[in-house]
Write a protein that binds this ligand. Sequence first.
Ligand code: FES
Length: 261
Amino acid sequence: MKSTAHIKGHPIHPILIVFPIAFFIGTLLFDILALAGNRYDFAFVAICLQIAGVVSALLAAVPGIIDYLFTVPPKSSAKKRGTQHGLLNIFVVVLFFVAWLLKRDPYLPAFWIILLELAGVVGLGISGWMGGTLVYRNQIGVNPRYAGAGKWKEMHIDGRPEKVEVATADELQTDQMKLVHVHNKRIVLAKTEKGYVAFDDRCTHKGGSLAGGAMIYGTVQCPWHGSQFEATTGQVKAGPAKEGIVTYAVTEHNGKVYLNF
Ligand code: FES
């Protein structure tokens, strides 16, 4: 699924997260070195890294939240994982912020602050693992270009009309899909050898986005675990999904394609 917060197709969140990761790990290392060598200059570097870590983490969170809200498929296993990933990141930032506040207390042993930062780095590792799963398994921000798939297409339609113009007749090539947000739903418009079809952008297995999958000879394949559905009827052709997907009536008139509710 193509990232919503991107620069020329490159997701911004993975570009920015390297900064807080480096700064927070650096904070811990410099605080350990400061304690071991009784070095105030190292302690000062640790404080600078800590502030940079909190600020860069907040900046990295912005495209992350945008992708969480608008790219991660709703009601899916990835949404649940994304929620845990976000909450854990908030916890990590709070830990480092509290550690920074505690450094103002000259009577508090540095050991306790290092312990807090160590917990933060462990949290960062777990959260990073989840982020990796979101990208490498759930393909959030990945924009594959299968043969015939063309460029990612997406449109938003306001209101709740009963008949919605969603494309021109020659807009999509065979096997290309377009994600349409309408009636508070995510619906995939696709062109098959037999014409246009439309179906829910939700795999019935674990909620994968079918718009991010592959369409071949009238069959759409989910990108997460490979379930296949017949695009016209919505029937399951191959599991692990057991339930079919919802399909919608599509009509063509005067060179325009309409979705009918
Ligand atoms: S979510 Fe598992 S096959 Fe689609």
